[in-house]
Design a protein around this ligand. Sequence first.
Ligand code: F6R
Length: 592
Amino acid sequence: MCGIFGYIGKRDAKRIIVEGLKRLEYRGYDSWGIALLEKGKIHQYRDISEISTNKRILDLPCSNIGIGHTRWATHGGVSKKNAHPHISLTKDFTLVQNGIVENFEDLKKDLIAKHVTIKSETDTEIIVRLIEEARNKEKNLKESIISVFERLKGRNTIAVLDSKNGKIYAIRNGSPLILGIGKEEIFLASDTLSFSPYCKNIVVVDNLEMVEIEHNSFKVTDLTNSKVKNVTVTKLKYLYEDIDKGEYKHYMLKEIVEQSNTFINAIAYSEKDLQSLSKSIKQSSRVYIIGAGTAGFAAGQIAYFLRNIGGIDAQDLRSYEFASYLPIVKPTDLIVALSQSGETADTIEALEELKKKGCKIASLVNMLGTTISRLSDYQFFSNAGPEICVASTKVFTSQCVWGYILAKNIVGDLKGGKREILTLAKELKTFFSSKNLSSIDEISKKLVKQEHMFILGKGQNFNIALEGSLKIKEISYKHVEGFAAGELKHGVIALIEKGTVVFGILSNDRDSKDILSAMEQVKARGAFTIGIGDKKFKKKDVFDRYIVTPGRDIASSITNVIPFQLISYYLSVRLGNNIDKPRNLAKSVTVK
Ligand code: F6R
């Protein structure tokens, strides 16, 4: 969480940084700030309003050097005082941070005991005060930064603007740090998207490396041996010049509708591309598919496909629960990690531990140049393009689609799998252009006053029920619970009363009769029932409303999630919520 940005070059730094921060906003949008260097003096601006080139920013002097930050609060509330950058008392250097200083309380106590004044509630300011203290002991700024960084516990990345020599120093440990190397300009950021309109050449900074940037040059030092590193410059495939909402009011709706294309992008893998992973899967004793949140539900879906299509011993595992599985994980097990951002701390920690166990790792990531891809023996990309809305939609279905064709490839039917997905993508186009959108909006009207809703799924639609409920929760802030239809009679049915909204998800499979009978049971107790799925089950006596989704048989579960994404969207618009940036959330969860 939190986004870091730095720039040294030939352009107007304030414009480049504000633009970069807007693209990094998905990492945290509580508050933000920028610092510019002009004629040896640092000029700062921090705010809690939306990131923009406002009048106060325009009043800052012109400069070609600066750093910026967008915050997701961890220590201390949302205030200008807590926003980054945090400047030194003598105003000669200023610092931004992404991460959590886990030993912050101890470090703070030491400083207070030495009567050092602390102005904010952040762990970031503590780093600044410690650097000041180290520098007073006759060390130069660079050495002070290194010595203080070595004292910080946890996953942290910092960037420091030095007014004395016009350099930016940055050190990475955990939270991502990437350099963009342009013509006569260098960018430094938490991701590649933030500077992607300007350069394709990137250098991914590794953990415990320090970057030193000045005009037209940079140096990366490995802090474990103090040696300057020969860096590898990688070329990005795409330049995302325009990231905008197009004809849509919100990114969320744009990204939902894009799924008729992203389904196709997710199958851009040939038998040859999938061959070595498929072979490893067949040879492994067990496959664990891991992820958190939405990616965790996609993991469940892929595990289902691998078991039921591929006959593979596949088990989904929530990244943050990996520790309880460690005693049974074998070096012959294979791990498949799913992540939109590629930087999720829970997933990275799990992968690091599982790697130590000797497991091979495959990953499917949406962003380029990320930690999770770099930890992987087999790297795959979901190719969904930038997903800006904090709630994941198109990347979830891309992950499921990829898992589907992987399972099909394992049984030698990649062609058949791809054909089915192409048909789904085509049908989805019609689904989005038909009157479905307005009838889903109409259904969402019915939900505005509901405080509790339930979603029943089973088999291939079990994880769809979980993801559907997460989607509605995230943006509408309503309590929606997805659960296995089988659980109903074992307790949950006690919650059903007259008017309770219950969704049932139905594919043309053997589980549909159980969902139907569960829906009949809740209907008998007065529930308002909404069916989602195959047209065969559109029964007036069971369902008050029914949304028919594209697809047949097993792949149809992937499209069954889409009505939930749309309900989440239309309901939240009706509620007046912040669609693309829901409260308290951040898209890239780089802290634990
Ligand atoms: C929900 C959502 C989150 C993420 C989770 C993992 O809409 O986006 O639940 O799925 O934080 O993030 P990634 O996929 O970046 O590892």
